[in-house]
Design a protein around this ligand. Structure first.
Ligand code: NCD
Length: 309
């Protein structure tokens, strides 16, 4: 039976194309399961998973918890806001305490890039990175590619545009790694100040004119401006950002081909996309959310099967 090449899901950077194919194939099965009247399978009845969220999250956290429960795992939740982290406990101590309670897997979101990698070297549990600062968000990139594959048949050869705050976005970086591995063409678009200088070295092209970029693509992934990660102003005003990089229905309808619109959420309606775009037939934002559960079930299931006991 095939298995993942990794024991942890720390970033797309560490995965192979075979890993991605295996996760997608497993997710196809779980997608069928979650559409049944009884949405639960007993696969992980003997596994305990801790969700450690040191940073805010709604979608990702709910999605992981649902995925774990649908696999029948035991689940414990922890959020930094209501924990001893506030009392000065270190990350390792917090986690060791949790592991002393015999946890097999940790799903962690943390504001520091590399937090998951650090943890995987120090604790004896399988680690899933649910977003580490501006670094990676592997399950988001997997569910994004899976949603493209579902709508367009395959990812290979597709032209994917990522718009917005590329500099601070872990979603952008993980998507670039995932899409490249699968043979998509990638372009990024946004204010020059929010596009890192090294981006072209990742095999990505840059276009600062939104209309030109949209005319090129099959898929546009519209990112949220990560205001919480900005200590300085990267553009004059939100109004100006929206005028140059916001997607509205008029622009969408004026394009020569029918593109697909994606967004990782949370959406700032009227900033990066207008409500009529978010709610249009071309938007697959809620498909992304639904696929997120199946993708996370697949990742957890495949990693759990590698845990040695
Ligand atoms: C993203 C995140 O937190 O990285 N959201 C998510 O996981 N659904 C993107 C964002 O916050 O803009």
């Amino acid at each position: 039976m095939s298995e993942l090449s990794v024991n942890h899901l720390l970033g797309i950077k560490y995965l192979t194309l075979k890993d991605i194919d295996l996760i997608f194939k497993t997710a196809d099965h779980f997608k069928e399961v979650i559409n049944r009247p009884i949405k639960k399978v007993p696969s992980l009845r003997d596994i305990t998973i801790a969700n450690l969220f040191f940073e805010d999250s709604t979608r990702t956290r709910l999605s992981f918890e649902l995925a774990e429960k649908r696999l029948s795992a035991d689940v414990v939740n922890f959020s930094a806001a209501s924990s001893s982290v506030k009392k000065g406990e270190t990350l390792i101590d917090t986690v060791n305490n949790i592991l002393a309670m015999k946890v097999d897997m940790v799903v962690m979101r943390h504001p520091n890039p590399g937090a998951g990698i650090f943890l995987s070297k120090h604790v004896d549990a399988s680690i899933i990175n649910a977003g580490d600062g501006t670094h990676e968000h592997p399950t988001q990139a997997l569910l994004d590619s899976y949603s493209i594959r579902e709508r367009l048949g395959e990812v290979k050869g597709k032209k994917v545009l990522i718009v917005g705050d590329i500099l601070h976005s872990r979603v952008a970086l993980s998507n670039i790694f995932a899409l490249k591995l699968q043979g998509a063409e990638i372009k990024v678009c946004g204010p020059k100040t929010l596009i890192p200088k090294y981006i072209e070295s990742l095999g990505v092209t840059v276009e600062t004119n939104l209309i030109k970029a949209l005319e090129w693509c099959d898929v546009a992934n519209m990112l949220r401006v990560q205001n919480e990660r900005m200590e300085i102003s990267y553009f004059p005003s939100t109004r100006e950002y929206t005028q140059q990089f916001g997607l509205n229905k008029q622009i969408l309808d004026s394009l020569k081909k029918e593109i697909i619109v994606m967004h990782p959420g949370p959406i700032n309606r009227g900033v990066e996309i207008t409500s009529d775009v978010a709610d249009s037939k071309q938007a697959i934002i809620l498909d992304q959310v639904q696929n997120g559960v199946a993708i996370r079930m697949a990742a957890i299931y495949l990693l759990a099967s590698k845990i040695k006991r």
